[in-house]
Design a protein around this ligand. Structure first.
Ligand code: NAD
Length: 353
């Protein structure tokens, strides 16, 4: 599969990822090489990764606890200190081997340690492969505020090796798949149709490549997030609000990001019919496909109310109107679409029946 050039970085796939990392290690002249994992990727991915190149036998292993709760400045501080204790200098390399938490946080640690050292990302979740691998966003959370602190800088290279997905929980694979469906819906009808007809999620290699191409096309057209990049928010306005409500709630089981986005995409397909002319049959097709992969979740009236409150109090949404990225048709997206708050309640009813 062709490598994908993204900003100052290149994304390599499969065996090419191994070759590219070897070449980087050969010619980089690095004083020390560090590999950052979390507790799960240390167990499941590191043993495989260390076989990629004999030089990695000398790499120093750094680790962090798994999970978003640890994507914070305390973890960064500990890693900055460890780098310092191990004598990391400006010629050191940090390889981030993990999901989006490790690649976001590890990228930030590398960008800030001694004002910036080289880093490489080796994403090991589907979400990190298809979503976090391009665009150069690094960062950490500040309390409940997600990605509040960070910088934008591309890694030296990204190595996508789908074999790592073998140990990833199927629910996590499905969560990343939601973003792939979104890529089809906003940019590429044929791709959406190919994904819709999949019987299972175990042979995704060529699709991962296609998703990275689409995401890369969008972020490179709008590197500073002036406008066009907002099409990537399709499904995310309501999806994020639902995700937050599930996180806040004591009784509800936590929902993965992609699971919430899947619901958001059905709701926002309905809003697309009302607002920018998505044909009703296309909307029904979106709902059928999404429910094929993501069984319907009961959204209690209290949760709907909480979502509506979150939208009303969001500073970006003034005068009872909320701005969405919506679909005039499958494969196309429009940003800054105004939706009357009352229409959103109908969208919940549409999802539920
Ligand atoms: P994650 O990194 O928490 O990984 C999910 C879980 O899978 C973790 O428990 C992890 O330890 C485990 N895991 C990872 N790889 C594994 C493997 N191969 N086998 C077994 N277990 C494995 O979560 P995620 O969904 O990958 O990423 C979410 C994060 O990514 C969020 O913090 C989000 O903000 C960020 N993100 C960043 C961008 C960006 O552009 N930088 C884009 C999307 C998301």
């Amino acid at each position: 599969m062709e490598p994908i050039r993204s900003g100052s970085s290149t994304v390599y796939f499969g065996g090419d990822a191994i070759d590219a990392l070897r070449a980087d290690l050969d010619r980089g002249g690095f004083s020390r090489v560090f590999v950052l994992t979390d507790s799960n990727t240390r167990e499941h991915c590191l043993p495989v990764f260390l076989k990629w190149d004999p030089a990695l036998a000398d790499a120093i292993h750094l680790s962090m606890p798994a999970g978003e709760a640890h994507k914070n400045l305390d973890t960064c501080r500990r890693l900055w200190e460890e780098l310092s204790e191990y004598g990391a200098d400006r010629k050191s390399l940090l390889i981030n081997l993990g999901g989006g938490v490790v690649t976001d946080l590890g990228g930030f640690v590398a960008c800030t340690y001694q004002r910036g050292i080289s880093f490489v990302n080796v994403p090991t979740t589907l979400l990190a492969m298809v979503d976090a691998s391009v665009g150069g966003k690094t960062g950490v959370d500040l309390g409940v505020l997600k990605n509040q602190v960070g910088v934008i800088r591309d890694p030296d290279l990204v190595g996508i090796y789908p074999g790592f997905l073998e140990t990833l929980e199927s629910r996590q694979v499905r969560s990343g798949f939601a973003e792939m469906l979104k890529h089809g819906l906003i940019q590429d009808r044929a791709y959406w149709e190919a994904l819709s007809s999949l019987a299972g999620l175990d042979t995704l290699e060529t699709h991962i490549h296609h998703s990275v191409q689409i995401k890369n096309r969008v972020v490179t057209a709008d590197p500073l997030e002036k406008g066009h990049r907002k099409i990537l928010n399709y499904g995310h306005t309501l999806g994020h609000a639902i995700e937050s409500c599930f996180l806040d709630s004591d009784s509800a089981e936590p929902m993965l990001h992609g699971e919430a986005i899947a619901i958001g995409m059905v709701l926002e397909a309905y809003l697309s019919v009302q607002t920018c002319g998505l044909p009703r049959e296309a909307c029904d097709q979106i709902k059928t496909t999404i429910l094929k992969f993501f069984p319907r979740v009961a959204l209690a009236p209290a949760l709907r109310d909480r979502v509506m409150q979150l939208l009303r109090f969001d500073k970006k949404n003034a005068h009872g109107k909320v701005l969405f990225s919506l679909l005039p048709d499958i494969g196309q997206a429009e940003i800054d679409q105004e939706v009357a708050v009352d229409h959103i309640l109908d969208a919940f009813d549409y999802y539920a029946r």
